[in-house]
Structures are given as C-alpha cells and as structure tokens.
Design a protein around this ligand. Structure first.
Ligand SMILES: Cc1cc2nc3c(=O)[nH]c(=O)nc-3n(C[C@H](O)[C@H](O)[C@H](O)COP(=O)(O)OP(=O)(O)OC[C@H]3O[C@@H](n4cnc5c(N)ncnc54)[C@H](O)[C@@H]3O)c2cc1C
Length: 526
C-alpha cells in the first residue's frame, strides 16, 4: 500500500491539506491517537517536526545520533542551564529513542490525581484495562536477562533488604544490543515508529515530517486547523515554505515543553494563566561506582531492574521520594555524568568498562513545596523551561545520593562518587555517608538532567488550576485536545512511557465515541 507522506524539507511550494483530525507530534501520545483515529475511519493528518528515520539510519554512533534524533541536539537546557532535558524529535518521538522500560502508573499517583484534581476515569481500577490493552499492543513483557549493570542493582538491593523487581520492556526478539537511546537498528523496540504509525498510514493517515506546527488556528472558542513551517534536512533552519492543514479537530501531542509552547504561540485562551505551569522533570541524579570486575554496562538491556524502596517512604505528599534504576550508556554519555576534563576525564575513561551508574528519579509535584517549572516562549518562539532547584528537590538529591552509594557499596563497589563536581571517589560507605551529608548541592556543580519532562497542560476538572479536562479536551476551546505527557498533573514516579500510552488509548477512544464513530475492537474496554 502506498503511504501518503510529505517531507517538509523537500516542499517546492506551500502546501495545503485537509483532514478530519490533525495530530501534532507522533510520539507516545500522538502515535497511539493516530492509530486509533485512523482505524476508526477518520482522515488523520500527522505533523512531525522530526524526520522519518528508520532502522537503516540508526548507525549507533553516539554524537551524530543525539544531533539527529533529539531536540536541540540532546542538550536542551532549562533557563538557568542547570538541568539538561532530553526529548526525542523524530517520527515516533521519544519512543524512537527511549530505553523501553514499560511500567504502569503507580496506584498512589492515580489516587492522588483522582483525589486532588478530581480526575474522572483515572482510578487504578479504571486504568488497569488501558494498561493491559497497550501492553498487548506493544508486546510489553518482563525482562529477566539482566546484564551485570542491572544485576548489581539487584544484588545491592537484596543485600540491604530493599524492594526491587524486574522491569517489563516493550520489545520483540531483542538481543540486547544496549543502544536503545540511539534508535533500534533491528526494529526490536516496539516504539511508535514500528507499531502505531505504520498502522495509521496503512489506514489512510497522512504524515508530514520536518514540519513544525507553528500555530493552532483559533477563532473564538473553536479551532480550524493548524499552520506549520517547513524545516530544512537537518531540522535547523526554516525553508520558507508554509503548510496549512484545515481540520475540524486538533490534537496537540508535542510533549511537555513543546505542547504548551505551541498553545502559547497560538494565543490560546488561558484566563487563569495555567499554560506551561507545573512542568515536572522527575529530576535524574546519578551515582558512579567503580567495580572490581568488568561491568560493561553498555551491553544488554539498559534498564531492567528498579527499586521503589524510597518512592513513597515519607507518604505521597511528604519529602521527595525517588525511584532507583541502573544506567547503561555509551562512552560520551557516561563521561558526561561528571563534567570532568583533563587527567580526571582520562582516568574516568580508563575505568569505563568497570563503571556502574545508578540513577534516582525524584517524583515532583506531589507537595506544595514542589510546584515544578514554568514554560515561556524564547525569542525564537520555541518553549523555554524555567525550573528552579528548590530545597525540596535538594533534599531528594541528597537522600538519593546516600541511598545509591549505600546500594553500590553493598554490591561490592571499590569506590562510589555522586555526580557532583565537589565530590570525590569514596572508598567506604561510612566515608561516603559523612561526605554526602555535607556536600554542597547547587547549580551547576550538581549534575542533574531529565528524560521525563511532564506537565504544563495539566488535566483537571477545575479550569482555575488545569488546562484540559479528564478526557484531554481544552477547557476553553470546543474542538481541541491535548493528549501526551504534558497533561499529567504531577510527575508519575516511574518511567512515564506506558502511562502515556494508556492515557492516549483512553483519551482517543473517548474522542472517537464522542465524534460518533466506532472504536476498533482491540481498543474496546469495559
Ligand atoms: C533517552 C530517553 C529514554 C527514555 N526511556 C524511557 C523508558 O525506558 N521508559 C519510559 O517509560 N519512558 C522513557 N522515556 C520517556 C518517554 O519516552 C516519554 O515520556 C514519552 O515518549 C513522551 O511521550 P509524548 O507523547 O509526551 O512525547 P514524545 O514521545 O516526546 O513525542 C512528541 C513528538 O512531538 C513532536 N513535536 C513537538 N512539537 C511539535 C510541533 N510544534 N510540531 C510538530 N511536531 C512537534 C516532537 O518532535 C516529538 O516527536 C525516555 C525518554 C528519553 C528521551
């Protein structure tokens, strides 16, 4: 079957198209929506700023891959440059480059959303069938072939009596190349690139790549489609070609930071100034151990064990809780966990094969002390996130440095060093504990980043504190929905991919029913 695909960089004239639904973004939210709507008989037009890279383009070369497949070359930063934010920019969005861990939204999070924001349809019981639907669709299954990097986390946790378990992954026939973050060259990863988007195309959906949705066309309380700008082959410069897509319904699925930015650019009605507010990062903090034996963390599934021992330790609204996983990255990524240069960098590189790295992700947004960050527009009209590191976050960073160091020593580490420029390699747990307790935590000495930006277009039933309702429909516009990770009222507490897939399946099927069509069999729940 011939697919209808337009490449923005090759447009020789402005382009005008029409459809029943325009979807901006083809990641976890947009990809699932595209499949469900296309299979329900809608003419779907997908607009994607990234390019259509496929298996043969995934060379596994680290530096060019970041430049190609990530926003701002993989080095997007918060306003004060204190935090790096990694987001995929490709057909398939972040799912094309993610690490495949597929874990359900914790019931604590779903209950908090229901109780605090009045969300309807998001209790653990109501969401369970949506997780099942997406687990089936994306081949999610437990992964037990742990590489040494993950086995060390399991060993440390077991020694300390912590809770830990194997992470499920959405892969098929995966030999564990270990380079998931650079795209999967053998299509083992069941990302949107190889699942929902090809299916949507098979059902008549249209795909535009290298086109950035610039504005939603809003008149009064209705939207009429979008206007977009074409980008060059590298996705850097505007070519001058413009795109117009007329449609009676628009779904914004550009991810956190980008979705609120699109709506801000479009002057979407926002009477309570909620757009871009409460953007969360699940801030990632790292602890670097040198093991006596080879670890070779870059081979095998990058994340396959996790511990939620500290996630809810002080209650849902108490001190910052965090989730712990292992990190397997290639050399440039690994060397960047501390900003070292010269002899220190050479020393770190010489120990690369024995390096074991843990990451703790702090769940933000569950306490008044954790309001997250705010997206505004930069001078070039793209989104900019201001995320101050507060005392609440600092407390989480310090506690998690302590937990990770304790775990790594319990697993037999020769040295442990937090990813903090003022830290040294510590040789015993007692030494690490004392040093970390008084370590200065400030930007930029503390190396933190995020691959999990969420929020900024929060769901809720009260428009004073939210942007969209429980079904993802914009409070102040009749025919626009936001369906992606930007709609989460807080962070999740665990890797957010499966949460977004399940949310999107719920929202898209609700939309199909509201527009009077029939939902595909596999997506019918209840
Ligand atoms: C390196 C990495 C590893 C990760 N590992 C995991 C993991 O193991 N498990 C897990 O659960 N999660 C993981 N995640 C996170 C997960 O992939 C994301 O949370 C999820 O994909 C976000 O879904 P989304 O629909 O909100 O946005 P995305 O999947 O990021 O998709 C958004 C898409 O919209 C496009 N877009 C944005 N604005 C515009 C515009 N104006 N016009 C046109 N297109 C636009 C973008 O180019 C992008 O392709 C990882 C993320 C990264 C970056």
């Amino acid at each position: 079957m011939t697919h209808e695909i337009y490449t923005g960089s090759r447009l020789e004239a402005d382009l005008t198209l029409a459809g029943d639904v325009v979807i901006v973004g083809t990641g976890a939210g947009g990809g699932v929506c595209a499949e469900i709507l296309a299979r329900s008989g809608f003419r779907v037009v997908m607009v994607e700023e990234g390019a259509y890279w496929t298996a043969r383009d995934f060379t596994l070369r680290e530096v060019p891959s970041f430049a190609r497949f990530y926003f701002e070359g993989g080095v997007r930063q918060t306003k004060d440059k204190g935090i790096g934010v990694m987001q995929g920019r490709a057909v398939g969005g972040s799912t094309t480059v993610n690490w495949t861990s597929s874990v359900r939204t914790p019931s604590q999070t779903l209950r908090y959303w229901t109780d605090t924001y009045g969300l309807k349809g998001f209790t653990p019981e109501a969401m369970a069938p949506w997780f099942e639907v997406m687990e089936q669709r994306l081949n999610v299954h437990p992964w037990t072939a742990h590489n040494e990097n993950n086995a060390l986390l399991a060993r440390g946790a077991a020694t300390l009596g912590w809770r830990y378990e194997a992470l499920p992954r959405n892969v098929k026939d995966c030999p564990g190349l270990g380079y998931c973050g650079l795209g999967c060259p053998i299509d083992a990863k069941q990302s949107m690139l190889v699942t929902t988007i090809p299916t949507a195309l098979d059902h008549g959906a249209v795909l535009l790549t290298r086109v950035r949705a610039d504005q939603v066309d809003i008149r009064g309380d209705r939207v009429f489609g979008i206007t977009g700008v074409a980008l060059d082959d590298r996705g850097v410069r505007l070519t001058g070609r413009r795109v117009r897509i007329d449609a009676p319904f628009v779904i914004v699925a550009g991810a956190a930071i980008n979705s609120p930015a699109l709506l801000l650019r479009s002057n979407a009605p926002d009477p309570y100034a909620r757009l871009g507010k409460r953007t969360f990062l699940q801030i990632h903090n790292y602890s670097i151990a040198i093991m006596p034996e080879l670890v070779d963390a870059y081979v095998g599934a990058p994340q396959s064990v996790h511990s939620d021992q500290f996630l809810w330790r002080d209650g849902v609204t108490g001190r910052a809780g965090y989730h712990i996983e292992a990190v397997g990255t290639q050399p440039a990524g690994t060397m960047n966990f501390r900003k070292s240069i010269g002899p220190e960098l050479a020393q770190a590189a010489s120990q690369y094969r024995r390096t074991h790295i843990l990451v703790s992700q702090i769940r933000d947004g569950f306490s008044e002390a954790s309001p997250g960050g705010t997206v505004t527009l930069r001078s070039d009209r793209r989104g900019l996130l201001d995320y101050p590191i507060t005392e609440y976050i600092r407390d989480g960073i310090r506690s998690s440095y302590l937990s990770m160091a304790e775990c790594q020593f319990a697993a037999g580490a020769a040295t442990v060093m937090p990813a903090n420029m003022d830290a040294q390699p510590y040789t015993t747990w007692a030494e690490a504990r004392a040093a970390i307790a008084s370590l200065s935590l400030r930007s930029p000495n503390t190396v933190v980043n995020s691959t999990h930006p969420l929020g900024g277009c929060a769901m809720g039933e009260d428009p004073h504190v939210s942007v969209v309702n429980s079904d993802g429909w914009y409070h102040h516009l009749r025919n626009l929905a936001v369906i992606d990770g930007s709609t989460f009222p807080t962070s999740v507490g665990v890797n957010p991919g499966l949460s977004i897939y399940a949310l999107a399946a719920r929202q898209a099927t609700t939309l199909v029913a509201a527009l009077g069509r029939t939902v595909p069999e596999e997506y019918r729940v209840g």
